[in-house]
Structure formats: structure tokens, C-alpha cells
Design a protein around this ligand. Structure first.
Ligand code: SF4
Length: 246
């Protein structure tokens, strides 16, 4: 299967019909060259950085800072290349993630992968994926403020070490906690926010689990992804990436 028909398959998975304008080369399948450069970047890492990363992973896997450690099967650290230009942030592990120790697996994970593939990204090559909470809240309830307060420093350290050029917050919980706001998701979409001392561009979209329940909003998620891709391209070109979607 060539890359165009593969892309058509990903677009279909996220509910986008084929009459969408064909993409330019930027949206093509992640290239072998991108994979090689990710490998090369990791191979060139100072050993101290790798040690700091492994120390952080060990801290998370053994963490007892909040009560969620009592009910989890295991903490879910994150997945993807340790140095990645994109970082996707979700809410918390669900039942399948808790069982398998990886974020965004199961149906929502498959949809997220299709969304990423549709803009030439993947967790294997150029996206690091993590959650606000590393341990599963029982019954998939919303994270409590004290749990977020205990866990968020881990995510901040991950972001510092991954050094993404763009953050994509998926879902209300991720967006509100990263941005420190109570604003509804609808008001946070379609804008470039800034995160941390490095002012990393941050774009907000729907959580794939929500899109599975509300497929009519997949088209809006596709618009968000295109907006994120344009923001990333602007940021990489050195142009100011602030603004709103037109
Ligand atoms: S949710 Fe975070 S703070 Fe709470 S136990 Fe898990 S890793 Fe620790």
C-alpha cells in the first residue's frame, strides 16, 4: 500500500472523507529519515540525560505520593522517543493502560494513532505520549486536585527532558491542568497557548475517547490537527506562532 492510500485509511479512521484536499509532502507517512534522525538524536544523548530519564521513570513506577498507588496495577510512565518534537498529553490511564503499562492503548489509542498518522506523526518516530496522572483513578473518574498536584511535577520533568517543539493537549482535563484554567474546552481550542518558561506552543483538541462517543466532532478534531501542524511548522521556521485559527 502506498503512502497516499495509507493516509486515506487513517483519515477514514478519524471520520474524514476522501474529498478532503490531498496533503502536501509534509503530511506524508513518517519517513525513514525521520526515524533515523530520532535514533541518531537519542544515540547522541549525554549519558547524564539518559540517567536522569531513567531515574525519573523509576521514581514514577515506584511512586506512592497519592492514594492512587493503592488501586493501580502499575504506574504508566509514557511512550515514544525520549527526544521528540511533538508531545501529546492526555488525562490518566484507563483500565487497559493500567493493565498494559502504556498510555493510549485500546480503541481510543488506535484512534489517537490514526489521528497522528494522518498528519505524518507516530509514537514510534516523533511523538512522546504521556498523561497528567500516571496512575489510574478507579472507575475512570476525573482526577482529584490533590492527585494532580502530586503528579504534575513528573510531567513537567518529562516535558523538560523530551524538549518538544509543540504540545498537543487532548481533552479538557489535560488542557485545563496544563494551562491552569477552568475554561471549557470549546474556548481553549483554535488558539496557540504557551507552556512553561520556554513558551512551548500548546494546542488543544478533543480526547479520542470523547471522539469515539461523539463521532460528529471528528471533523473539528481534524481541524485542530491541521492547526497544530501549521503551528508546529511556523514554530520550526522561527516565525511567531501566536494566534488563532482563521
Ligand atoms: S498518580 Fe502520580 S502521584 Fe499519584 S501515585 Fe501515581 S505516580 Fe504517584
Amino acid at each position: 500500500m502506498n503512502s497516499l492510500s495509507r493516509r486515506a485509511q487513517y483519515l477514514r479512521a478519524i471520520g474524514i472523507e476522501l474529498w478532503q484536499p490531498r496533503a502536501t509532502g509534509r503530511a506524508a507517512e513518517p519517513s525513514a529519515r525521520a526515524a533515523q534522525s530520532a535514533d541518531a538524536a537519542c544515540a547522541a544523548e549525554p549519558p547524564a540525560d539518559l540517567e536522569a530519564w531513567e531515574r525519573l521513570r523509576a521514581e514514577v513506577l515506584g511512586c506512592t505520593r497519592c492514594a492512587l498507588h493503592q488501586s493501580r496495577t502499575q504506574a504508566v510512565f509514557g511512550v515514544g522517543p525520549r527526544r521528540a518534537e511533538w508531545m501529546v498529553i492526555g488525562e490518566a490511564p484507563g483500565a487497559e493502560e493500567d493493565r498494559r503499562g502504556e498510555p493510549f492503548v485500546g480503541r481510543a489509542g488506535k484512534l489517537l494513532d490514526a489521528m497522528l498518522h494522518s498528519i505524518g506523526l507516530s509514537r514510534e518516530v516523533n511523538v512522546y505520549i504521556a498523561n497528567i496522572l500516571k496512575s489510574r483513578p478507579p472507575g475512570n473518574r476525573d482526577p482529584r486536585p490533590e492527585e494532580v498536584a502530586a503528579c504534575l511535577p513528573y510531567l513537567h520533568r518529562q516535558i523538560e527532558q523530551v524538549r518538544p517543539r509543540l504540545l498537543l493537549a487532548v481533552g479538557r482535563i489535560a488542557a485545563q491542568n496544563l494551562l491552569g484554567t477552568d475554561a471549557p474546552l470549546g474556548r481553549l481550542r483554535g488558539k496557540v497557548h504557551r507552556f512553561g518558561v520556554d513558551n512551548v506552543p500548546l494546542v488543544v483538541t478533543y480526547h479520542p475517547a470523547y471522539l469515539l462517543r461523539s463521532p460528529a466532532d471528528k471533523r473539528k478534531a481534524w481541524e485542530d490537527l491541521q492547526f497544530a501542524r501549521a503551528t508546529f511548522a511556523q514554530s520550526m521556521s522561527g516565525a511567531p506562532a501566536d494566534g488563532h485559527r482563521s
